[in-house]
Ligand binder design. Sequence first.
Ligand code: TXA
Ligand code: MG
Length: 325
Amino acid sequence: MTAQRTRDVHQAAEVIRNGGLVAFPTETVYGLGANALNPDAVARIFEAKQRPKFDPLIVHVADRESLDQLVTDFPHNAKILADRFWPGPLTLVLPKQPIVPDLVTAGLQSVGARIPDHPLALEILRAAAVPIAAPSANRFGCVSPTNAEHVREQLGDRIDLILDGGPCRVGVESTVVLMTEDPPLLLRPGGVALEDLESAIGPVTTRSHAFQEGPQVAPGQLTQHYAPQAKVLLTDDPGQCTVPESAGLLAFRVVPQRPRFAQVEILSPAGDLKEAAFNLFAALRRLDAAGLDLIIAERVPEKGLGRAINDRLRRASAPTATDPV
Ligand code: TXA
Ligand code: MG
């Protein structure tokens, strides 16, 4: 570790222990962290993000031993997944210990936990020596930040410290799995592919996105979440769309000859879903910053990380609260 990095980690740990807020990189997206066991500190996360209190936070730990204080049970399937995918982009929802504040779990009796696969995140967790509750470091309803600049733009004036670890390697949030059900239930597709979960533990239940609302099971899974300013239209074939003058295109690998778009982002010319996930949120932000009337987003293959990408695009294209239902 460089001297500067040691100082940054030390300072971040200090801020966390004193009840402050630190934005830090993980392999998925940047998180907005606070001491998970301090309800006042956790309350500051909700304030900074303007996040509704019914949306529970993920608790990050450095190792499996640190989970013992947080969960009452670690079922066999959870052990297999943890062995296989931690540290990594997987959040396991498990029955919580009373020490986990209700604010963290939105009153649920379960807590979402993960060990992130990022050296800086792990160093902060070890130095702070407390579990860190951290949602994505964006304002509520906005696209998650995949670099430190994204965090600065939305939350710069509301938090105590931002650690810059460069762009996030995965680019979409962690996969969230409810482990209190048998078979386990996929609550949010993310950085670990469903196929990989199933090859480790067998069938995992998935639900159509239409059922992913409501505070009971997956409170954060509001249909209209990642909403950009521009309207987003999700399609299998952008070449068939009739578009207004000021329309942008978020393409998977190629751009059709027609129609003409005012601005174009290509997620992966090689058609690689990992590369597409890595580019997704920054591309959406760039298109949104261009002040377009409409963003046409191309659906990607519904496999591997493609599930997470399509899920985020679907949310971005869902009608906003002000639209007629
Ligand atoms: O990759 C990630 O998961 C990032 C990084 C920072 O770790 N974090 C993240 O947090 O995406 P957030 O708050 O944006 O999304 C957390 C989601 C909640 O909205 C909810 O859907 C689910 O995780 N969740 C957390 N705890 C839960 C619980 N006890 N039961 C059900 N779902 C839970
Ligand atoms: Mg989020």
